[in-house]
Design a binder for this molecule. Sequence first.
Ligand SMILES: *Cc1c(COP(=O)(O)O)cnc(C)c1O
Length: 250
Amino acid sequence: MRRKLSDNLKRVRDRIASACVKSNRNPNDVTLVAVTKTVEVDVVRSALELGITEFGESRVQELTKRASMIEEFRSRRRLVAGPADVPPSPNWHMIGYLQRNKVKQVLPWARVIHSVDSLRLAEDISTHSAKMERTTDAFVQVNVSEEKSKHGVVVGATAYLIEQILPMPNIRIIGLMTMAPFEENPELARPHFARLRELFEDIRAERIVGPAFAHLSMGMSNDFEVAVEEGATVVRIGTALFEGVTAAVS
Ligand SMILES: *Cc1c(COP(=O)(O)O)cnc(C)c1O
């Protein structure tokens, strides 16, 4: 299982690196978020041991469950093997639709929220973060393709939403996120990524945001190379990392 996972990881990193070469970018500027929604916690543990530090989940319940199991594993390991043998604490990313009534539940475990698409959701994140005496990093999710089935704010309303969120003390908008429509041919996703990049550059040029607004979360298993070529700084990858990887029977 571990061998397969390590091969997949190497292949994904190589593909990111080639896309960077093609677009004259530094691979260190692209963060891989491993999306674990289909895998067992043993596989997550192996991924952590292979050096992955960023993990993504699209459902609150799954995120809190996996994140707490990983913390338990780290505590146990600390007791049994000593602190030197404990893998670093991972960062969990909430990448799916977030209901306002789940904010309180997810925040203790999620370091980054990729799916802010309303003022009220942002307010709740800021309020609950204040109670925890921290600031939470978040992306505004943009529905670039304007598919009815997708969440996110429309392109034309994005800058205004960000302007309204900026004064909130305990949420920090670090960039934009989008999901391209699923296409067999990843080239068909390119215009959506290019559009998000353009919107991102426009918002930066208007100087309504500070230097923290520096990221584009875009690209999944079937289109991440195109996303990297179009400027993604965060790619969210599940299938390409975990396909064929199953937990060992122990
Ligand atoms: C599932 C999911 C991904 C990863 O998808 P794969 O195609 O398995 O790489 C990325 N982003 C979001 C929002 C998802 O829900």
